[in-house]
Design a protein around this ligand. Structure first.
Ligand code: SF4
Length: 182
């Protein structure tokens, strides 16, 4: 079986579940080893199919996103990522989150908290300190989180919310809902 045929079968499995699961991403090599995950920010790209789409690769200032042809699913050179979030801002499919497992340890002196950068299209846009509900790829509730900061990208017209979540949910976190009235 060719690589292309293998990828098409992966895509069919994904369609069967209705969305890309964390297991799909692990099998496709889109989740880094634990050692890298604990040490640095990494983009998690929910794309395992042959889709002709290259903004993440094109915008990355360090060449961390590898896509030999425009139809190849993106792969990440983990050590080259600086955590700038430009790929999250540039992705038209909102398919990328940036997971920073070491943020709590390095910045907040808390080893149980991670920072996840999530693209956001809803109104109102939350602000620092707001509480949000965090959901997984299947829209299942995971946990509450706290907005640490908000990136408003003038270049791409996108909003990226940096949210603090318990580390065990960081790789699953995909969608946010602002908790109103608090
Ligand atoms: S976060 Fe920045 S450096 Fe890392 S892959 Fe995305 S664009 Fe490249």
């Amino acid at each position: 079986m060719t690589k292309s045929e293998e990828r098409k079968i992966e895509g069919q499995k994904t369609l069967a579940s209705g969305y890309v699961t964390l297991d799909d991403l692990k099998k496709a090599g889109n989740i880094p080893p634990d050692g890298i995950l604990e040490a640095r920010a990494v983009p998690i790209i929910d794309d395992i199919e042959e889709i002709p789409c290259t903004p993440c690769r094109d915008v990355c200032p360090t060449g961390a996103i590898i896509m030999p042809s425009m139809n190849d699913p993106p792969k990440v050179k983990w050590e080259a990522c600086t955590g700038c979030t430009l790929c999250v801002q540039a992705c038209p499919g909102l398919a990328i989150t940036l997971v920073n497992m070491s943020f709590g340890r390095k910045v907040l002196k808390r080893n149980d908290i991670a920072l996840v950068s999530i693209p956001y299209e809803m109104i109102p846009v939350p602000k620092r300190g707001d509480r949000v509900r965090v959901y997984d790829r299947g829209h299942n509730y995971l946990c509450d989180g706290e907005v640490y900061s908000v990136i408003k990208s003038v270049k791409f017209g996108t909003i990226v919310i940096n949210v603090l979540v318990p580390k065990q949910y960081a790789l699953h976190a995909k969608y946010l809902e602002v908790i109103k009235g608090e």
